[in-house]
Write a protein that binds this ligand. Structure first.
Ligand SMILES: [Zn+2]
Length: 79
């Protein structure tokens, strides 16, 4: 079983830390359930843009595993 990077999201490498802190509008987002999501796109609607989010499994910059599908499912079930 692969080891998951421990510590807060953004502590695995500087690139993810910057991606989560530098841009005023970020595509990475930590939900109240503690899951890290990435915005993959949006669709214009009458009420403004509707965003498509996908939970992040691996850091796209350094490749470390940040969370597991089991953790994400458990967090979603707990809501
Ligand atoms: Zn990383």
């Amino acid at each position: 079983m692969a080891t998951t990077h421990s510590g807060n999201f953004g502590t695995c490498c500087k690139d993810l830390a910057d991606a989560m802190s530098v841009p005023p509008e970020k595509f990475f987002r930590v939900e109240d359930n503690g899951v890290l999501y990435f915005t993959i796109g949006y669709v214009p609607t009458d009420k403004g843009p509707g965003f498509y989010d996908q939970a992040v499994i691996f850091c796209p910059f350094c490749g470390k595993q940040l969370q597991t599908k089991e953790q994400i499912q458990a967090a979603a079930d707990a809501q």
